[in-house]
Design a protein around this ligand. Structure first.
Ligand SMILES: NC(=O)c1ccc[n+]([C@@H]2O[C@H](COP(=O)([O-])OP(=O)(O)OC[C@H]3O[C@@H](n4cnc5c(N)ncnc54)[C@H](OP(=O)(O)O)[C@@H]3O)[C@@H](O)[C@H]2O)c1
Length: 315
């Protein structure tokens, strides 16, 4: 099969490999599309200790072609969206059966766009921050794949005012179509907000943004830290101060959840899928590449030249 290897010299190489065979609890999927995500830039740049060479790719859609021991053979032929730890930039990928989610009639192209972003955005809003009707919500990286889904899930959960933070005017114009009440430029955060408070803040940025966010939390507010786009510098919070205001600093890690409680992540992914399937939430695929163009796709994401979701067409 064709696959892309990320080699020891940090370069992607299109190559031929043997097709993998599913082990116990696994399924094999003939990949139609694979999603590109921020994790690709992190792995490429060496922020995760992944041994090289290996086949990256963490999310895909396709058809189940084989099942391992303990998996219902009746699933062969089922169209699915899969979440994986590696291997999706290939014609065949293996996934845990529990994280191979039936997509019914949803187009495979759309399903690939859900990826890790959809269950993550769903959980950020509904599980980690537990958005309630009327809650005021602030979303950083508002034009990205998680941000554009999170604003829609927040709306579905009945949020009140939702403010997004983006890198430039073009990204503000793009993000506006997803239902933000206001969009701020990153350079204007937090000054432009004055003393406005939020019940929920979603923060994949870290550093000074996270410290400033804690200062914009309303009593009983929740700040969810789920990434470090700007820096890995530690952010310390005074729990006594948080306690006085009943506030919470929460973290969310979907990758860890997939290993400790995969059925919980699968449940959130299914709920996200259902909202997309019935048209209440939209996944916006803005760039489609060939497998051989993976390096370009990841570089464009890393440079901030994209918005919404990028995918690779594989079959
Ligand atoms: N914890 C989890 O479970 C989990 C799961 C999935 C994703 N994530 C994290 O969520 C974040 C977003 O992922 P994604 O898939 O939505 O990415 P994406 O679609 O690639 O978008 C990345 C976003 O980050 C913004 N950005 C880039 N550099 C930034 C910086 N220095 N400061 C502030 N914003 C910056 C970009 O937009 P602007 O230029 O407009 O700001 C863009 O909207 C990443 O940090 C990713 O690792 C975490």
């Amino acid at each position: 099969m064709k696959a892309v290897l990320l080699d020891t010299d940090d370069r992607y190489r299109l190559t031929e490999l043997d097709e993998p065979t599913p082990g116990p609890g696994q399924v094999a999927i003939r990949v139609a599309y694979a999603g590109v995500q921020w994790g690709d830039t992190m792995v490429r740049d060496g922020h995760f200790p992944v041994p090289r060479p290996f086949v990256p790719g963490f999310e895909a859609s396709g058809i189940i072609t084989a099942v391992g021991e303990g998996v219902d053979a009746g699933r062969i032929g089922e169209p699915v969206a899969v979440l994986t730890q590696a291997g999706a930039y290939a014609e065949v990928v293996l996934a845990d059966a529990v994280l191979a989610l039936g997509i019914g009639d949803l187009p495979q192209r759309t399903a690939a766009g859900l990826g890790w972003g959809a269950p993550t955005a769903y959980d950020l809003i509904n599980t980690a921050a537990h958005v309630r009707p009327g809650d005021r919500v602030l979303i950083h990286a508002a034009a990205g794949s998680v941000g554009t889904l999170a604003v829609q899930f927040a709306r579905s959960a009945g949020a009140g005012r939702i403010v997004g933070v983006v890198g430039n005017e073009a990204r503000a114009a793009y993000a506006a179509q997803f239902g933000y009440d206001e969009l701020l430029l990153r350079e204007d955060f937090p000054a432009r907000l004055g003393d406005e408070e939020f019940d929920v803040i979603l923060d994949p940025v870290g550093g000074s943004t996270r410290r400033a966010g804690l200062g914009q939390l309303a009593p009983h507010g929740r700040l969810v830290a789920y990434g470090n786009l700007s820096t890995f510098e530690p952010v310390l919070a005074d729990t006594n101060n948080l306690l006085m205001q009943g506030q919470s600093l929460v973290t969310y890690n979907s990758n860890l959840l997939s290993r400790t409680h995969p059925e919980r992540l699968a449940d959130s992914a299914r709920r996200a899928l259902a909202l997309v399937a019935d048209g209440r939430v939209r996944v916006d695929i803005t760039a489609e590449y060939e497998l051989a163009d993976l390096a370009v796709a990841v570089q464009r994401l890393a440079e901030g030249a994209t918005h919404g979701k990028s995918i690779l067409r594989i079959a």
